[in-house]
Design a protein around this ligand. Structure first.
Ligand code: PXG
Length: 292
């Protein structure tokens, strides 16, 4: 049985959920989105994802056609209609249907759809063995051009990075900013462990303010680990005790090498494993209930 999709105000079968070829989300990548996870009958960090969605929309002057509470309700209804306990939810708002010119003023009504489905995680052995990452040549977008803090439909910068990582046979690509500092991977934030503290690049280094990144910061505070947001270079990763990536889909993924240099012992570290454990405990116990 196919999925039920929330599409511009209605729940409809996936075969009927079709976007116009004149939608500027397609023609220009003009729109914003969120990727959210549901665990165990609850939606994890839903408010946080929605705050970021409205902030992304604000930054590109796009009016989300629903109020915060209406959108929240539409997401819960979509998950419920598909009877999902564990889910991956994609919320997309585009500029809407316009003409072939890029002027967004021609797009009168934004398109809004919600897909509640499942997610394929990285294969299980990646979490035990860790990832080999390489630095890609494509720089992360300038914050003054298209800020990486905006979760927009325009992901070519990241896709270019992913293609380079794929071509090199690596599992992920590390992106640097125009100054040569580390920003993030193509779809995950990065942390290193140095002398028992966590370090992650600041949003000003050209990174998406990840919800998982924030959650890791909260976990660190609870378990008494210091977290510093500061610019780091590849050298800091080469010489780190541990390294891991964070993202809604990936959760917490250990990194064991960068550009051929083994990080720490070459195995997922104790701090990484502890954070991973605390994260999965949170996902099982927190969130907006779907079925109550
Ligand atoms: N940085 C970027 C560039 C992202 O796209 C994250 C960090 C992590 O943010 P959250 O809030 O999820 O902790 C993301 C997440 C994928 C994929 O297939 C990844 C993301 C979105 C859609 C697909 O890897 N983004």
């Amino acid at each position: 049985m196919g999925l039920l999709i929330y599409f511009n105000g209605k729940l409809i079968p996936e075969e009927e959920a079709k976007v116009s070829i004149f939608d500027h989300g397609l023609l220009y990548g003009d729109g914003v989105f969120e990727g959210i996870r549901g665990y165990n009958g609850r939606i994890f960090k839903l408010d946080e994802h929605l705050y970021r969605l409205y902030a992304s929309a604000k930054a590109i002057m796009l009016d989300v056609p629903l109020e915060f509470s209406e959108l929240k309700d539409a997401i819960v209804q979509t998950v419920r209609a598909n009877k999902l306990r564990d889910s991956y939810i994609r919320v997309v708002v585009t500029r809407g249907v316009g003409d072939l010119g890029l002027d967004p003023r021609k797009c009168k009504i934004p398109t809004l759809f919600i897909i509640a489905s499942r997610i394929e995680l990285y294969p299980a052995d990646i979490y035990e063995k860790g990832l080999d990452v390489i630095t890609v040549a494509t720089k992360r977008n300038l914050t003054e051009a298209v800020s990486p803090a905006i979760k927009s439909l325009n992901y070519l910068n990241n896709i270019m990075g992913k293609i380079e990582a794929n071509n090199a046979g690596a599992s992920e690509g590390l992106m640097l900013n125009h100054l040569g500092y580390v920003s993030e991977c193509t779809g995950e934030n990065i942390f290193i462990v140095r002398r028992k503290s966590l370090i992650t690049p600041p949003v000003s280094a050209g990174v998406l303010g990840g919800i998982t990144r924030e959650t890791v910061m909260e976990i660190a505070a609870e378990i008494g680990l210091e977290v510093k947001e500061m610019d780091i270079t590849r050298y800091d990763i080469f010489t780190a005790e541990e390294c891991f990536l964070t993202g809604t889909a990936a959760e917490i993924v250990p990194v064991i090498s960068l550009d051929g240099r083994t990080i720490g012992t070459g195995k997922p570290g104790d701090i990484t494993n502890r954070i991973k454990k605390e994260y999965s405990l949170l996902t099982m116990s927190e969130g907006v209930p779907v079925y109550e």
